[in-house]
Design a protein around this ligand. Structure first.
Ligand code: ADP
Ligand code: MG
Length: 322
């Protein structure tokens, strides 16, 4: 059973709300307005190493949630923080809070509550440290962005560059690196920038959107499923950082097509909106690149530089796949 089969089978029921399980955010209508809500958990040894810089961890725990709000085109409003801590270490807590509030203040997003417990000791080890944030955002009048709505003929776009966070993990596992490349990729892994401003700009413009957290192909599959479409992607057009360009073709493909933790926005928009999409990127201060198009049917094809079908033995990250 995959993670998504599990969610579909046990936790998906008909929803009375504007949008229930299955997208980056749930959407609920409250007093004539729409609120976007999302919840993401980070667990020690699963999502981060025990010795990770606590300031970065505080930043990332909130950033991954704001990234889901960005995918809905929502404006961050407030969040709840649930913590299971192995111990109360003042210096650690100070740094964690500084990282988290640093990002929160950048987006005017207020911590409004949460829960704090001590995680258990077991087999002479304590933990795991677990951080779960629930974030709420405002959707200004007009439709939110969702994974559904992509239409055949739409362009497929992505923000920033892809694969750097996965490359940081490859470096950590022993791949040879220049120091600058290692630092740049580690920053992408540990302190991702949620594309909130871009998401806001894309409302009314993008036909579908998702944040790339589980790898480009995996997340594109989610758009395909929710929109009932396929996609054609041109590998040569996928934006890569200088650090990733210095790697072998095989590593480039693995990191950019299947690596997780990028937190860029992947979205579709009609070809006649190209100037507006480019303007949206400029206003948000992030490059946006056209990497392919939405097609009829359900297959996702990656074309190589010569226009032939590229073999892609990758799929998105899944917590439960064998
Ligand atoms: P994302 O990567 O955007 O955070 P996920 O892939 O984690 O989204 O989750 C896919 C969808 O399933 C989302 O709509 C999420 O809210 C929902 N979901 C995940 N776990 C559960 C759960 N235990 N109960 C209900 N819904 C869930
Ligand atoms: Mg998401």
């Amino acid at each position: 059973m995959t993670e998504f089969e599990l969610i579909a089978r046990f936790f998906t029921r008909p929803s009375r709300e504007r949008q229930g399980v299955g997208d980056d955010c749930a959407l609920i209508d409250v007093g004539g307005r729409t609120l976007a809500m999302t919840c993401d958990m980070l667990i020690e040894r699963r999502h981060f190493f025990a010795d990770v810089d606590p300031e970065s961890l505080g930043h990332k725990a909130l950033a991954v949630n704001l990234s889901d709000l960005a995918a809905a085109g929502a404006t961050p409003r407030c969040f709840l923080l649930a913590l299971a801590l192995p111990r109360a270490d003042e210096r650690w807590l100070e740094a964690f809070a500084a990282g988290m509030f640093g990002l929160a203040e950048q987006f005017g997003c207020e911590l409004i509550g949460g829960d704090t417990t001590r995680s258990p000791e077991w087999n002479q080890t304590s933990g795991p440290l677990t951080i779960c944030i629930t974030a709420l955002g405002d959707v200004v009048p007009g439709p939110a962005l969702s994974r559904a709505g992509a239409r055949p003929g739409d362009d497929l776009w992505v923000s920033g560059t892809l694969g750097d966070a996965a490359l940081a993990l490859a470096f950590a596992a022993g791949a040879a690196a220049e120091t600058d490349d290692r630092d740049a990729c580690m920053a992408r892994l540990e302190r991702p920038t949620p594309r909130v401003r871009l998401g806001e700009q894309l409302r009314g413009l993008a036909t579908a959107a998702i944040d790339v957290s589980d790898g480009l192909l995996g997340d594109l599959t989610h758009i395909g499923e929710r929109s009932q479409v396929g996609a054609r992607l041109r590998w040569a057009d996928v934006p890569l950082s200088p650090a990733l360009r210095r790697q072998s073709a095989a590593l480039q493909q693995r990191c950019a097509l299947a690596g997780g933790d990028d937190y860029e926005l992947l979205f579709s928009a009609p070809p006649e909106k190209r100037p507006q999409v480019l303007a949206a990127g400029q206003l948000a201060g992030i490059n946006v690149t056209r990497i392919g198009e939405i097609v009829a049917g359900r297959s996702i094809v990656v074309l190589d530089a010569g226009g032939g079908n590229m073999e892609t033995p990758f799929s998105g990250f899944d917590h439960f796949k064998a």
